[in-house]
Design a protein around this ligand. Sequence first.
Ligand code: FA5
Length: 356
Amino acid sequence: MNLNDELIATITAEALAALAAVDTIEELDERFPSIVGKRSAFASMQKSFGSLDPEQRRELGARLQDARRAVEASVELRRIDLRAAARTTMLEADRLDLGDVVVASQSWAVTLGHAGLVGSTQAELEDVFVAMGFTVADGPEVESDWYNFEALNIPPAHPARGMWDTFYVDLGEPETVVLRTHTSPTQIHLMESAVANDSLPIHSVAPGRCYRRDTPDARHLAAFHQIEGLVVDHHITFADLAGTIETFTRAYFGPDIESRLRPAFFPFTEPSAEFEITCTICHGAGCRTCSNTGWIELGGCGMIDPAVFESVGVDPDRWSGFAFGFGIDRCAQMRHELSDMRALIENDVRFLGQFA
Ligand code: FA5
């Protein structure tokens, strides 16, 4: 190897060493001229060929050019590597920490899921009645016409059917099927099974959902909830009914809320009454929610009509009893002073969250 070839090998090795020491694209751009560009040893050597004869200059120039191109190729490979490394670093920096997301969603999850206001009101009402000696029963939401109406002394075409705007499921034979318009059909189920099992007396409440073609307003929903009460025993009087309602009102609403019974009509009770409490929105002064009366109707009640006892085979000469049916949504509305019952079904989390 002559001196010139040694020199080409040396500047090539030094250029490659300088290239290997570069760590970033920016550094490579900055150092490119001195490694293989205009300010490099390759450029200086090229200039020194001016004194050589043309034949030597061509041969040496070709060898130098080959070496320089090889270094340039290494520079391009290094540039590709550095770009890939820079991209990886950027992706690492931008990567989502899924652990963080899980932690965040866990803290969100613990705020989820609590009983709705109607469900918790139903549970509280059940507790009050259980403390008063009642058992809790259940009944179907889809009923035959017989359970919802006929057994309750409301025969077909009876004008009292107009009291309940009914959703009909099936108008066909052998029987008409409805969404129950009240929880009173549970009276029939409870008495039928007590007669079948010879297990009278009955002291039960039966809460559940009811349906009516009512236009929703401040005091009404189309799907709402009632809690039915039924007592069948010996020597039951209207005083027992009034005392039960008074005890319930004090236990659930507290001593500051007044209640009253007003004469009413229900085909399945005689005598019948409507049960009202002081409107908790205006405290009796009169407001839009109570239609300026100062009172809110919570439910109906009365002594079991002998015709109902007869429809289920209970001897009205041996047994007497009372029944009541309150609106659970209405109880929640009055207890929590909601001026509009529709808040219960709007699913606004700001409203629901208050009752977590
Ligand atoms: C009845 O449903 C009778 N079954 C009650 C009864 C039971 C009387 C046992 C005698 C013996 P009424 O239609 O008045 O009665 O409804 C009773 C209560 O249910 C109302 O006072 C009200 O609190 C509630 N309620 C009735 N309709 C709706 C409705 N559309 N939305 C919300 N609550 C309602």
